[in-house]
Design a protein around this ligand. Sequence first.
Ligand code: ATP
Length: 806
Amino acid sequence: MAPARASHKKAAKPQNDSGRTLKRKRGQEELSSLVQRVEDLDLKTSIKSFSELPLSEPTASGLSASHYKTLTDIQSRAISHALKGRDILGAAKTGSGKTLAFLVPILENLYRKQWTEYDGLGALILSPTRELAIQIFEVLRKVGRHHAFSAGLIIGGKSLREEQERLGRMNILVCTPGRMLQHLDQTAMFETHNLQMLVMDEADRIMDMGFQRTVDAIVDHLPKERQTLLFSATQTKKVSDLARLSLQDPEYVAVHEAAAAATPSTLQQHYVVTPLPQKLDTLWSFIRSNLKSKTVVFLSSGKQVRFVYESFRHLQPGIPLMHLHGRQKQGGRLDITTKFSQSQHSVLFATDVAARGLDFPAVDWVIQMDCPEDADTYIHRVGRTARYERVGRGVLFLDPSEEKGMLNRLEHKKVPIERINIKANKQQSIRNQLQNMCFKDPELKYLGQKAFISYVKSVHVQKDKETFKIKQLPLEDFAASLGLPGAPRIKFIKGDDTKERKNASWRMNQLSSDDSDDDSDGEDKPQKTKKDENQVRTKFDRMFERRNQDVLAGHYSKLINDDGTMVAPNASKGAIEDADEDDDFLSVKRRFAAGDAELGQDESESEPSGAGKEAKTVQIDGKDPLVIDSKRREKLLKSKKKLLKFKGKGTKLVYDENGNAHELYEMEDEEQFKARGDADAQRERFVAEEAERTRRADVEDKEVVREKRREKKEKRRARDRALADEEAAEERGVQLAPVDDIDLGSASEPEEPRPSKKARFVESESDGDNDKPRPRKSKKSKSAVPAEPRIDTLGDLEALASGLLG
Ligand SMILES: Nc1ncnc2c1ncn2[C@@H]1O[C@H](COP(=O)(O)OP(=O)(O)OP(=O)(O)O)[C@@H](O)[C@H]1O
């Protein structure tokens, strides 16, 4: 969380009393006039520039310093209503300036209420992605730079504690829903009862399946009496959502509802029909012929993004390549968005994490290589170009099976899109190069296999079956186009309820790779069709399969384990760094089979053949092996306390005279037992011996107890004597040292009550040390309290105060 504090108030020079009063008076007058101007604001007048709006000086100067002068349509319509405290449902095309449409009212409404740090949280802005939250926060810092509010960014990726410490002092927060809920539930100091405004940017996304419950829980924490603003490029008026958010008589501000198109007029939109197996070739050819452009390429999953990025990087197209997806670490994601924003010519491969709200300057092309799940997603993706009156172009790649369905959806949403064809002479094939690369580089091949699986998975979970027809996709050919020797097997779980998993990107977990194949390394085998069986296998194929055993046989034989215990794939290092795995796809976790390695064993020994460095097991005291397959678990090895859980209780050993260790209870040999005589006689002897041992132990115990009582009595007497001496001395007027060497714990008299633990939080008394038990107060100590000093003058008072403080 980065606090943003404007400085104009701090910079004020000290003034004399009358100057201050005058300034305060002038401030009050300005404020009343501002309030009056807001009240008088006519909602029907169309406002063109920020200077026409009733805005405070700090906001006006923040806007002008950020070079915002004229209002966009959505700003002109929404800001006026929001200034008057109305709830708003705002919908406007991508890149039309929705961010300012809610930031300006936030600053103004808090300003007019003279919000201070003591008032706590005044406004909460929710964003579906971290990147968008960061971007909103940056705009807030810019336009709010002359305000004195504190603002924070809560998006996770930092320690909760660090955020917790500062959270209580924030007036405005920009956050992602998950992290916000975590704080609302766990941060005691965080109060929201005073909240004035709740804003949701990309509201339809926040309120869809992925966040529904989180948002409900957040709203439960917020006061009902508040102003709520919802913004998106594809807003819906779903009554249930509005009820959930307790919107009161919201103003529906949909500035482009009557427009002929849902997308900016400066945007040229095209689609190409390119069969799935040719998509990579088409993309490659496109990039090669647009080296002087800035392009965003959208793919359906992080694994797809990684594979295309890695393979194209190997092929060196002659333009910088970047990639962005949700499984990257936060720092990396931020670096990439900054780099891409600053670059002039580059290609960014991204998942839908970049589809909403991100404002990359001057993007020339948006390529949607994988078909978006619906028309709204298409609109958001394509909206990364042609922002704020600039020009831009979008190209959608469609498999022939997707063409009809998707075009219907787009037409329904008023998206004007035209077909274009690829020039045959420009089309280049990279299939052979990819095959060679996958052949030589097992890691790339592994990425390709994951990309294939995740693509098929993403198509399968799509809700719109008119557009996404998995059975019509030439999967075998698609796998070959990725450079793979065959299509990895995929098993679809029966009864798969796609409706339940509407959001493909969020809930792709209902599929499983085929674990029915009982061939030891057969899991990686391509899907065999009848055609395949008749095909002659070339030397090349055989080599590929041999390489396969090294790369994937290890993974899959561990991945798919009938007893469901462990898996140990051998992902490339990079792939693991991104935590970009197929785990969600599989019903078993990626862990090793039990008993792979003993504690302290060489790391290399603990890995299965051909495996990467990622997972290992350690066995502790013969217990079930502890699988080390993540950084968190690796840390665990360093904590003795945590490891106790995995350790046994330990075995007690006794040593004989020769120094040999024996278990405490060792089973005796039957022959030896018999040799010692009749069993009944032995039992009686044993009982008699044990009874005697118990009697002796009893006597010893009683003696110990008696000794302790004697000691206590002695101490009590000593204490009584000391007290008597003290009182006698008092009567004689002699001052004694405090009685602090007496063990009060052994006294039979009731002790002076110790302050309870709670007392720590009660305002401390003069000595400021409520925790420690104090020595008993004697009459002496009472009489020793000095008489109250005389305070005649201000000087006397100051002297006393400084003495107390000192
Ligand atoms: N009044 C304005 N004058 C000039 N530029 C503006 C104005 N308002 C916004 N912009 C610029 O327009 C661009 C798009 O703004 P913004 O990101 O707020 O759009 P958006 O509507 O939220 O887009 P999306 O729907 O994609 O989230 C930004 O670069 C912003 O700086």
